[in-house]
Design a protein around this ligand. Structure first.
Ligand code: NAG
Ligand code: NAG
Ligand code: NAG
Ligand code: NAG
Ligand code: NAG
Ligand code: NAG
Length: 809
C-alpha cells in the first residue's frame, strides 16, 4: 500500500485491525484523510509523525489502543482541520504546538491519560487561541490537574463544545469563560473545582448543556444562569451550593434534566420549577428543602424521574401529582409527608419504582398498586399505614416490596409476614419476620438499582452514538424527545397531520417546538405496538438505522421509547420530513388528490439511480450488509429537490457477518409487499440481496410503464414482468407510461416548430426512447424469476448510471 503515492483518502474505520501503526502509511504523503478509528491498533506514534502528512486534513485515530505521548510534530501536518484521538491511552502533556494549526476546527482528545500539573502544562490552551476556527475542544476523562488557565477565555469565539469533565482540575472557574458566547455544550463536572459559579456564565446564551456537578463549588446559583433559556441539561449536583431555589427557574422552559442533589439548598420548592412542561428528570435529593410540594406539579407533563428524597418536605402529597402520567421513578423517602397516598396515583400506570419510605403517611395501601404492570420496587416502610395489605401483583413478590415499620398493617401474602387482620392485632411486627424480609430484600434492591443505573448508561450511550456530526466521532448528549413533545408537535396526533401508514404504524407530520433542538418539520412514525411483531420491527429499524448514513437513505433524527398518557408502551421514530411525499404519489397522481404532479423521464432516471445507490450502499458499504426487504414506491420519499430517500427499515435484515448471504437464519413470519416481493420468498427462501434486486426491477418497470405490479390487468399468469417482456422490443411504445410520451409532444408544441428545433426534437425523442428501452431491459433482468439469473447489485448501479449519462448527453 505504501506505493500508492497519489492516494488521498484512506479509511479503514470500524474493523478489527490490530498491531502497530501501519508503517506503509508513512509513505502516503498525499493523504488528505486518514481514518484508523475504531480498531485495535496499538503502540506509540513516532516523534516525527507529523512530517509524513503535509496534506492531511482529517486524522482519526479514535478508539484504538495507542499509547505514549502525542508527538508535537503533529502540528507539522499543517493542513489539519479535524483531529480525533479520543478513547486511546495517550499520556504526557498536550503539545502546545496544536496552536500553530491555523485551520483546526475539531480537537478531540477525551478519554486518554493526558496530564497537566502546573501552568506550563496548560500552555496549550494559550496557544490554541491562535486557532480561530476551533469549534470543538474535548478533553474530558483525562488526568489534567492544576488550575484551568484564564487564557481559556481567549479561545476562538466560535467554540461550541468545551468538555473538561472527569479530570483533576482545581481552582476557580475563570470568569472569562463567559466570553465564549458560542458555547452550546460546557462540561466541568467531576473535578475538584472550588469557589463560586461566576456570574459571567449567564452570557453563554447559546448553552444547551451545563455540567458543573461533583465539584466543590460553594455560594449561591448566580441569578444570571436563569438567562440561559436554551439550556436543556443542567447539573450542579454534589457541590456545596446553598440558598433558596429561585422562582426564575421558570424562565428555563427548555430544561429536560435537572440535577441539584447533594447540596445545601434550603427554602421551599418554587412552583415555577414545576411549570416546565418538557422536564423529564428532576433530582433534588439530599438537600434541606422544606415546605409542601407545589400543587402545580401536574404541569410537569413529561416528567419520568423525580427524586426529592431526604429533604425536609412536609404536608400532603398533592393529588395533582397523579396527572404526571409519564412518571416511571418516584423517590420521596426521608421527608415528612403525611396524609394518604393519593387515589390519583392510580393513573401512574408506567410506574416502575416507588419509594415513600420514612415519611408519616397514614391510611390504607391503595389496591390499585397491585394492578401496576411495570412496578418492580415498592418501599412504604417506616410510615404509619394501616389496614389490610393487598395480595396481588407486586405484593406477591416479597423481595420487591418493603413494608417494615408500619405496625398497623395486617394481612397480605404470607411471605410478607404481617400479622393476620382478624383477631387480636399485636402492635409490633414480628422481629424475625422483619429480619427475614431485610435479608432477602436488600440484595434484590441492589440489583434493581444496578439495573436502573445500567439503563441510564445505555440511554446515554445511545444518544451519544446517534448524534455524531458527519466525519466526527463525538459524545454529544442530544436531547431525547419525550412522548409529550411528540404529542405537542403533532397536535395530539391529530388526523389532520396523518400522512401515511407504514408497514407497522402511522406516520404524522410534526413541528417541534421552535425554540427546541429541531426546528425543521419532522415525520413521526408511531409504531403500532398492538400489531404482532411490531416491537421487533421497531428494534430492527432502530438497529439498522443506527449503523447507516447515506444521502439516499431517510435520515433518522431521534427516537422515543416511553409510555403514553394511558400508561401504554409508546415507541416512535422521528425522521426528516420529506417535502415531496413518496414516489407512489408521483407515479399514480390520478389516484391521489394532487393531480398536478408529473414526473419527467429525467427525474425518473435520477430517482432510480438514487434508489440503486441506496440499496447498494446498504448491501456493500455499510458496516454490516443489510437487505431492505420492502422496496416499493411508497417507501421511496422525495425531498424538496426531488432527491430520493429510501425509507422504512421495519423489515430490514442484517446479513450474517461472514459467509454466504443465502445461508441466513430462516424467518417464517416474513412479509414483504405483494407484487414487489421476490417469488423465492414465497417458497420459504431467506432474505437476500437478490430479493432487493428483484424489487428494484419491478420498481423500474413500474416507473417506465406507469403500471403497478398489482394492476387489474395482471390476472392469471400475466405479471408486469411478462407484460413488458411480451411487448419487447417492438411494441415498447405501446406499454410505456403515456404521460412520458405526452411530455415530448407538449415540449415540442411549447417550443414552436422551427426546422432546427424540430430536428433537435427528433434527436432528443430518439434518445428518450432508447433510454426507456434500456430502463425496461434492466428492469427485466432484475426481475427474473430465478434469483441466479438476476444481475448483481453493483452492476445495477453501473447500468443505471450509464443509462442516465447517455440520456443527458
Ligand atoms: C515507500 O516508498 C519507497 C519508494 O517510494 C519504497 O521503496 C518503499 O518500499 C515504500 N515503503 C513501503 C513500506 O511500502
Ligand atoms: C499566535 O501566532 C502569532 C503569529 O503566528 C505568534 O506570534 C503568537 O505568539 C501566537 N500566539 C500564541 C498565543 O501562540
Ligand atoms: C487574551 O488575548 C488578549 C489580546 O489578544 C491579550 O491581551 C490577553 O493577554 C490574552 N489573555 C490571556 C490570559 O492570555
Ligand atoms: C404524623 O402525622 C400525624 C397526623 O396524621 C400528626 O398528628 C403527627 O404529628 C405527625 N408526626 C410527625 C412526626 O410529624
Ligand atoms: C421479584 O422481585 C425481584 C426484585 O424486583 C425480581 O428480581 C424478581 O424477578 C421478582 N420475582 C417475580 C416472581 O416476579
Ligand atoms: C426501604 O426503605 C427503608 C427506609 O428508607 C430502608 O431502610 C430499607 O432498606 C428499604 N428497603 C429496601 C428493600 O430497600
Amino acid at each position: 500500500m505504501g506505493k500508492l503515492d497519489s492516494l488521498t483518502w484512506l479509511t479503514v474505520e470500524t474493523n478489527r485491525l490490530s498491531g502497530a501503526f501501519p508503517s506503509s502509511v508513512y509513505n502516503l504523503s498525499s493523504l488528505v484523510l486518514l481514518g484508523l478509528g475504531d480498531n485495535q491498533f496499538s503502540g506509540t506514534l513516532p516523534p516525527n509523525f507529523g512530517f509524513f502528512f503535509p496534506n492531511l486534513h482529517n486524522l482519526s485515530l479514535y478508539r484504538n489502543k495507542f499509547y505514549g505521548p502525542i508527538p508535537s510534530s503533529i502540528a507539522n501536518a499543517s493542513s489539519l482541520q479535524v483531529i480525533q484521538m479520543d478513547a486511546n491511552a495517550f499520556s504526557g502533556v498536550v503539545p502546545s504546538t496544536f496552536g500553530t494549526l491555523k485551520n483546526l476546527t475539531y480537537l478531540l482528545l477525551w478519554e486518554n491519560q493526558l496530564e497537566a500539573r502546573n501552568d506550563d502544562d496548560w500552555s496549550f490552551i494559550k496557544t490554541l487561541a491562535n486557532c480561530t476556527h476551533l469549534q470543538v475542544l474535548e478533553l474530558q476523562t483525562n488526568r489534567l490537574g492544576g488550575v484551568l488557565p484564564v487564557a481559556v477565555s481567549n479561545l476562538s469565539k466560535g467554540i461550541r463544545r468545551l468538555t473538561l469533565r472527569g479530570n483533576l482540575i482545581s481552582g476557580n472557574i475563570p470568569r472569562g469563560i463567559g466570553d465564549l458566547v458560542s458555547l452550546t455544550f460546557l462540561t466541568l463536572g467531576n473535578n475538584l473545582i472550588n469557589g463560586t459559579i461566576p456570574r459571567t456564565i449567564g452570557k453563554l446564551h447559546n448553552l444547551g448543556v451545563l455540567d458543573l456537578g461533583n465539584n466543590q463549588l460553594s455560594g449561591q446559583i448566580p441569578s444570571s444562569i436563569f438567562n440561559l433559556t436554551r439550556m436543556y441539561h443542567f447539573s450542579i449536583d454534589m457541590n456545596q451550593l446553598q440558598g433558596a431555589l429561585s422562582p426564575s427557574f421558570g424562565n428555563l422552559q427548555n430544561l429536560q434534566k435537572v440535577y441539584l442533589f447533594a447540596n445545601n439548598f434550603s427554602g421551599t420548592i418554587p412552583k415555577e420549577l414545576f411549570s416546565i412542561s418538557v422536564l423529564t428528570l428532576l433530582s433534588m435529593s439530599q438537600n434541606s428543602l422544606t415546605g409542601a410540594l407545589p400543587t402545580k406539579i401536574h404541569q410537569l407533563k413529561s416528567i419520568n424521574m423525580m427524586d426529592i428524597s431526604e429533604n425536609e418536605l412536609y404536608g400532603e402529597i398533592p393529588s395533582t401529582m397523579g396527572n404526571c402520567e409519564l412518571l416511571v421513578f418516584i423517590d420521596m423517602h426521608g421527608n415528612n409527608f403525611q396524609g394518604k397516598i393519593p387515589q390519583s396515583f392510580d393513573k401512574l400506570r408506567g410506574l416502575e419504582i416507588l419509594d415513600l419510605s420514612r415519611n408519616n403517611l397514614s391510611g390504607n395501601i391503595p389496591d390499585f398498586l397491585q394492578e401496576f404492570r411495570y412496578i418492580n420496587y415498592l418501599n412504604l416502610s417506616f410510615n404509619n399505614l394501616d389496614g389490610e395489605t393487598p395480595k396481588g401483583g407486586i405484593f406477591r413478590n416479597a423481595s420487591a416490596v418493603s413494608l417494615l415499620g408500619n405496625p398497623k398493617l395486617c394481612g397480605g401474602n404470607l411471605q410478607l409476614h404481617l400479622h393476620p387482620c382478624s383477631g387480636g392485632e399485636s402492635k409490633r411486627p414480628h422481629r424475625r419476620a422483619a429480619l427475614f424480609i431485610a435479608v432477602i430484600t436488600i440484595p434484590s434492591v441492589a440489583l434493581c438499582i444496578a439495573v436502573v443505573i445500567l439503563i441510564c448508561i445505555i440511554f446515554l450511550r445511545c444518544s451519544k452514538r446517534k448524534s455524531s456530526p458527519p466525519l466526527v466521532h463525538s459524545n454529544e448528549m442530544l436531547p431525547r424527545v419525550t412522548y409529550y413533545e411528540l404529542f405537542k408537535a403533532t397536535d395530539g396526533f391529530s388526523p389532520r397531520n396523518l400522512i401515511g401508514f407504514g408497514s407497522f404504524g402511522s406516520v404524522y407530520k410534526g413541528k417541534m417546538d421552535p425554540t427546541g433542538p429541531t426546528r425543521k418539520p419532522v415525520a413521526v412514525k408511531v409504531i403500532n405496538l398492538g400489531q404482532h411483531g411490531a416491537s421487533k420491527s421497531f428494534m430492527r429499524e432502530c438497529e439498522a438505522l443506527r449503523s447507516i448514513r447515506h444521502r439516499n437513505l431517510l435520515k433518522i433524527l431521534t427516537s422515543c421509547s416511553s409510555v403514553d398518557s394511558h400508561g401504554n408502551d409508546f415507541k416512535a421514530l422521528v425522521f426528516e420530513f420529506m417535502q415531496n411525499g413518496s414516489l407512489e404519489q408521483w407515479l399514480h397522481p390520478g389516484e391521489n388528490e394532487n393531480c398536478e404532479k408529473h414526473l419527467g423521464l429525467a427525474q425518473r432516471l435520477n430517482i432510480a439511480v438514487d434508489v440503486a445507490l441506496a440499496i447498494s450502499y446498504l448491501y456493500c458499504h455499510s458496516s454490516r450488509p443489510i437487505v431492505h426487504c420492502d422496496l416499493k414506491p411508497s417507501n421511496v420519499l422525495l425531498d424538496d429537490e426531488m432527491t430520493a430517500h429510501v425509507s422504512d427499515f421495519g423489515l430490514a435484515r442484517f446479513l450474517p457477518d461472514s459467509g454466504d448471504s443465502k445461508k441466513l437464519t430462516s424467518f417464517s413470519a416474513f412479509k414483504g409487499s405483494i407484487g414487489y416481493v421476490a417469488p423465492e420468498y414465497g417458497m420459504g427462501c431467506n432474505a437476500s440481496i437478490e430479493g432487493d434486486v428483484y424489487s428494484f426491477g419491478i420498481l423500474l418497470l413500474e416507473m417506465a410503464t406507469g403500471r403497478r405490479p398489482t394492476d387489474v390487468l395482471f390476472v392469471g399468469d400475466l405479471t408486469l414482468h411478462k407484460y413488458v417482456q411480451m411487448a419487447f422490443p417492438d411494441r415498447v411504445l405501446d406499454i410505456v407510461d403515456p404521460s412520458l410520451l405526452r411530455e415530448g409532444t407538449e415540449r415540442n408544441i411549447a417550443h414552436g416548430t422551427s426546422p432546427e428545433s424540430m430536428n433537435e426534437y427528433l434527436v432528443k425523442e430518439e434518445a428518450r426512447l432508447a433510454c426507456l428501452a434500456s430502463m425496461l431491459t434492466l428492469g427485466l433482468t432484475c426481475s427474473k424469476d430465478s434469483p441466479k439469473e438476476r444481475i448483481q447489485m453493483e452492476a445495477v448501479v453501473k447500468e443505471m448510471t450509464a443509462i442516465t449519462e447517455v440520456f443527458s448527453c
